[in-house]
Design a protein around this ligand. Structure first.
Ligand SMILES: Nc1nc2c(ncn2[C@@H]2O[C@H](COP(=O)(O)OP(=O)(O)OP(=O)(O)O)[C@@H](O)[C@H]2O)c(=O)[nH]1
Ligand SMILES: [Mg+2]
Length: 201
């Protein structure tokens, strides 16, 4: 997809602040520091628009972006970041929960995991949760540039085995550093947003 126009709309901490745009929305969800904001930046090819940082816990609100007047992206705060206070962790969890349960225009989730990591309990909890809520997701296995050869295929297999549940629409291996997987992920997003995807039963 050719990204012609991208606009940062707003940061929201509760449902009443969500933008009212009717376009199909894709939410980027995953552990703190996994590379959610970087992935959005890579997809949109916009460096200045999306904040990323080497310090985990950078994204503290749900950030909404409008693309080409046809699509929406939501960049969510990460879960499982140990070095923030329990109160703040709880606040983020509530924020993510409220969004996943109530956001009506949410088409699918881009569920992001790090190619180097073993499936963690928090990630598995998210998967179960998406399945229970009946939310569809695309598994994005990111930071693929960090592994190569055997190790890369071994990890990809382990991750797919753990996370490709019933509501998983696809799995894409990604690198925000060199944009591996960009075309494939865009094509999945377009397929779903135009209603031609597996969502049609
Ligand atoms: N090598 C490599 N580094 C990456 C990739 N994606 C993200 N990073 C790095 O990982 C760090 C975290 O990236 P972010 O995009 O801020 O992660 P996030 O998931 O949005 O983090 P929070 O908002 O804090 O939850 C940054 O230092 C990025 O440069 C990737 O595909 N390859
Ligand atoms: Mg972020």
């Amino acid at each position: 997809m050719k990204v012609i126009n991208t606009e940062f709309l707003t940061g929201a901490v509760s449902a009443k602040q969500y933008p009212k745009e009717p376009y199909p929305e894709f939410a980027f969800v995953g552990r703190s520091n996994v590379g959610k904001s970087s992935l959005i930046r890579s997809l949109l090819n916009r460096k200045k628009l999306v904040r990323i940082s080497s310090t985990p816990g950078k994204t503290r609100e749900i950030n909404f972006f409008k693309i080409n007047e046809t699509l929406m992206f939501a960049d969510l705060p990460g879960y499982g970041f140990a070095r923030v206070t329990p109160a703040l962790q709880k606040k983020w969890k509530t924020m993510i929960e409220e969004y996943l349960v109530h956001r009506e225009t949410l088409s699918a989730i881009i569920f992001i995991v790090d190619i180097r990591r073993k499936p963690t309990e928090l990630d598995l909890t998210l998967k179960e949760w998406l399945e229970d809520l009946g939310r569809y997701y695309i598994l994005a296995i990111t930071k693929a540039d960090k592994l190569s050869g055997n190790e890369r295929s071994k990890q990809t297999k382990i991750i797919k085995n753990a996370f490709m549940g019933e509501n998983a629409l696809a799995a894409v291996t990604y690198s925000s550093k060199n944009h591996t997987g960009r075309k494939e992920l865009w094509s999945q997003i377009q397929k779903i947003s135009s209603g031609k995807g597996d969502l049609i039963e």
